[in-house]
Design a protein around this ligand. Sequence first.
Ligand code: GLN
Length: 550
Amino acid sequence: MSKYIFVTGGVVSSLGKGIISASIGKLLQTRGYKITIQKFDPYINIDPGTLNPYEHGECYVTADGMETDLDLGHYERFTGIQTTRYNSQTTGRIYQAVIDKERRGDYLGHTIQVVPHITDEIKRRIQQLSLVPKGKTTPPFDFIITEIGGTIGDIESAPFLEAIRQLKWELGKDAVFVHLTYVPYLKAAGELKTKPTQHSVKELQSAGIQPDILILRTERHLDDHLRSKVAGFCNVDLECVIQSEDLPSIYEVPVNMQKQGLDAAILRKMGIPVGETPSLGPWNHFLELRRSAKDIVRIGLVGKYNLQDAYKSISESLSHAATYHHRTIQLTFINSDFSENAEFSDNSDFIHLLQSQDGIVICPGFGHRGIEGKILAAQYAREHNIPCFGICLGMQIMVIEFARNVLNMKDATSHEFVTDSQAKAATNYVIDLMEEQKNISQMGGTMRLGAYDCELVEGSRVASIYGENLIRERHRHRYEFNNAFLKTFEENGMMGSGKNPDADFVEIVEIPKHRWYIGTQFHPEYQSTVLQPHPLFMDFIKTSLTSRTV
Ligand code: GLN
């Protein structure tokens, strides 16, 4: 039978529940257990696919094509597991399922209520991960880690708390509660304060949940006296009061948790023999490389969202690759939206920023805001032989720039940037709406999503980077390279070096004569993990470290 670990958070948001959940997964995995991690988000959207990154950070895409919370990216990067649509749930999806059942008549004669109907649906979605697959005798996972989004006390997370309270009642020792809180340091008083934690635990207890393990986020070290005070006030064993101090990197968290016995405490609570503490092996090697890196590699991220979380998977993938090249990544966000940046209006500061990078990434995105800045960046990188990586919209920008400035098609654009009423018959849509997208009117969940095959052209740069000819990468887009122009592009130096074998879509473009100029219609960043950095990011960083020859 699978065992369950529920992770909740209190006091404030952004404490790093996702990192803690991923770290628990990593530590149990290191002990030889099969794990999976899921996230419940309390908002009413069906998925974060239609949310602005300013509201919710990056949207992470699973191999099976679900648009999900960015924490799933942490789960995959830490543990190397592949999550699915069952690993990401929202209040919206749960209500939709219950309302669909009501319309179908599944509950004929009954009043549909939050308890038991919504809570039962939540429980079902937690437990469906432990269903024994057909033809097998054991569930696929030893441990299911469920992260409950939001902060204890929020009105919208109440049904989740009720559902996990009931599950604990049913499962007994096979379920444990881990609660993450914050211990602030008051400078004026020179003291660390535990009261917010006590209140948060009380709130949890009033929902019928007694945390088994408390993890205290803190900027300063907590001594044993303070930990025992928390233990005493919150009915938690002292060895189960663990601190999570600020660390130089999120990847240090599993090591810190293991040192304090978090995984051992979980096992003990469940009555599972603890045994020796296993070595984290290659994970420690990765951390060693990070700690000892003295030099930097400078990468410019050209995009329109000036927010750390908007390009999370890209910045983590770059950081993994830099680590394996003995470097620390120095990321500079370069805003492509000149309208927001008065100082860039004459372009010279923008160009100056581009110039000082070892490599440039043209980021994904939607809509026409910030497009001209991205085109300028692509042109600058192409003309100055600076390694340049275009991802999704970034690849489309590379194509548009090449059409305008090399093929002399001054009106070249993507259909995405031109409304029907503006469209002139003569416009060269080098990027066009996919045929399969033309009759779609709903916005949510309707893009080309998830993993698709891609055949690499023999002798191309990407084929040598991947070291194979058939790859599979994840997508999230509606527009595509327009094949009507492919011949002209190839005759003039930009080749289509990867194609989807079923639809004939160009999925990769590259300029073989350039030091490194590759655009991918897919998002390689969703598949880079700590222990398996992605070959494209590895090669991009490697080339960015070689000296520039213009
Ligand atoms: N907006 C572009 C499209 O829909 C690119 C999407 C992206 O960058 N994820 O095709």
